[in-house]
Design a protein around this ligand. Sequence first.
Ligand code: ADP
Ligand code: RBF
Ligand code: MG
Length: 203
Amino acid sequence: MSKEEIPTGTTAASGLRPLLIGPSSGPEPPYPYRMSGPVISGFGRGSKELGIPTANLPVDNSLTPWISSIPSGVYFGWASLLLPPSHPNYSPASNTSWSMFPMVMSIGYNPFYKNDTRSAEVHVLHEFQADFYGTDMRLLIMGYIRDEKDYKGLDDLVEDITFDCRVARQSLSRPGWRVKELGDGGQFEGGWLVEQEEEKASL
Ligand code: ADP
Ligand code: RBF
Ligand code: MG
């Protein structure tokens, strides 16, 4: 085997990781972090074909100063989307135009692909019938799952991401982590995720 053929990455460690992150009471400081912006085009690597499309957000150090110092890695939390009425999944709750979903995201350089810019990409835990490029997205980042890793192969990356999705769903299903605004007994104050632009301006 020549030097180039020796795999440098790691294998998936999904089975060895806990399914629940943080205490049942809810996120602890410095969480939650807020981030928002329009969904932009990503690296076009065909994440969608892998079954894990990621909605990319601009990384803007002036809007989210914490983003330059937050460790690179995989995070989870809630995503809110302002889908247009023409989108097949448009079905906002009665008192808001936003739709809320659990999410997992990666912030960093994707060591498996060795990016040279820091990206923020969100896999929304919901099946969409159409793309939503350009749509405004708000994120409430509730906690940290793991470090970003390099992998031996794409299968290991996908296996770990699949497990990240389970971790996010399980962790967010506890009352202390569910947002009140979903009206299902959640205790976490997540009003910012669904607040209208006008209300924000008058605050
Ligand atoms: P890109 O490289 O442009 O980010 P992807 O293959 O990662 O392309 O696909 C991302 C796009 O797929 C998002 O911008 C969004 O419009 C769409 N999409 C559909 N379903 C989802 C989902 N569950 N989570 C994130 N994005 C999704
Ligand atoms: N890329 C990496 O190089 N290493 C990772 O550990 C990694 N973890 C990810 C976890 C999640 C939840 C998501 C959504 C993406 C992750 N990525 C990671 C980014 C991934 O390489 C990118 O979305 C690709 O476009 C998938 O093909
Ligand atoms: Mg993407």
